[in-house]
Design a protein around this ligand. Structure first.
Ligand code: AQP
Length: 335
């Protein structure tokens, strides 16, 4: 079985409130990779249900993530765009890998601890084994590279360990490649606008904590204006941002949106008050995001078009995953 050298797999959960962190930390990077890699981009609806999702909203959110992929510039005719639940290989391989992964590995996953919170007993079993499904997503295509935000690095390491253990346990060296993370760009971790020490996230109860892909220009300006900062002007160097998480975050967002480094941004704005910097950031964010959000809106008005893309993508995804799963079944001794 041929092993491609540059196959990318990644996904975003359709859990609503798609935000600037998802765009800068993930989707924007997906766009660039389509010119150099064979890309498979998934809307991971089976991951989403690890916490309760209203079925009607799940369907709408699934189309929204697909629309964001397309509106951001991913070409669905050359890349595969589909939703996870359409391809049963993900669930099937996840079961086999559940029997490879050790409980001790999952106990170390910080995202489970964060998401389950204090009432761990009440979290779903799916939330606990989420990283195993993520390993299956990647390995079902024998993908070699996975663009993810920094927050997903630990899960990707688990996917590598899983591939390695499967290969060793079953005496099939090199069957699964060890997927490499692709962590790119200035804003690999966008932080909450209300608390610069927490990552921007879909599930934060405060809508002011994130800029979403549905926000109007006015919403964006308002959220940036209200973003948590401090009374000092912007420093001259990146070191001066230490201990100033709110300021650091806004400078990082400006840098990412303008394809500059934080040092470049500070060279331009050193000594400026936030009353000057925030409007400049709001203008930049609106300039960069509104073509995408407007196109998303247009696409969302034609759900049949999006569903057609997801269906065609699923057919292409199955054509890659099915032979790999057939080989996995043989390796495992299933007759
Ligand atoms: N704040 C962030 N900064 C940079 N990248 C981020 N990503 C998420 N948040 C940030 C990246 O977006 C991709 C898709 O994420 P996901 O939706 O599959 O899962 P998540 O990381 O759990 O996303 P959220 O938004 O933080 O949701 P909740 O609130 O449910 O936890 C991933 O590549 C991720 O790195």
């Amino acid at each position: 079985m041929d092993q491609p050298q540059n196959r990318v797999f990644s996904g975003v959960q359709p859990t609503g409130n798609l935000h600037l962190g998802n765009y800068l930390g993930a989707i924007r990077n997906f766009v660039g990779l389509q010119h150099t890699h064979e890309c498979i981009y998934c809307v991971v609806d089976m991951h989403a249900i690890t916490v309760w999702q209203d079925p009607k909203e799940l369907a709408a959110n699934t189309r929204e993530v697909a629309a964001a992929y397309i509106a951001a510039g991913i070409d669905p005719s050359t890349n595969i765009i589909f939703n996870q639940s359409k391809v049963s290989a993900h669930a099937e391989l996840a079961w086999i890998l559940n029997c490879v992964v050790r409980i001790g590995w999952l106990n170390r996953m910080t995202q489970f601890k964060d998401k389950a919170g204090k009432d761990r007993e009440k979290a779903s079993v799916g939330l606990y084994t989420y990283p195993v499904l993520m390993a299956a997503d990647i390995l079902a295509y024998r993908a070699t590279h996975v663009p993810v935000g920094e927050d997903q690095k630990q899960h990707l390491e688990l996917a590598r360990d899983t591939a390695q253990k499967f290969n060793n346990d079953f005496g099939s060296p090199d069957f699964f490649p060890l997927p490499e993370p692709l962590i790119m760009g200035a804003a690999t971790r966008v932080m909450s606008l209300r608390d610069g020490t927490k990552k921007m996230s879909k599930s934060d109860p405060s809508d002011l904590s994130r800029i979403t892909m549905r926000d109007s220009a006015d919403d964006i300006a308002k959220k940036i204006r209200k973003a948590q900062t401090d009374p000092e002007p912007l420093p001259e160097s990146v070191e001066g941002l230490e201990g100033r998480p709110g300021a650091d975050n806004l400078v990082g967002i400006y840098a990412a949106l303008s394809d500059k480094t934080k040092a470049d941004v500070l060279a331009e704005f050193a000594g400026a008050q936030f009353s000057v910097f925030k409007p400049a950031l709001a203008d930049l964010a609106v300039e960069k995001l509104s073509p995408i959000t407007n196109e998303m809106k247009r696409l969302m008005e034609d759900p049949a078009y999006i569903d057609g893309i997801l269906e065609k993508g699923a057919v292409r995804a199955r054509a890659i995953a099915d032979p790999i799963l057939a080989r996995v079944r043989e390796i495992a001794g299933f007759i």
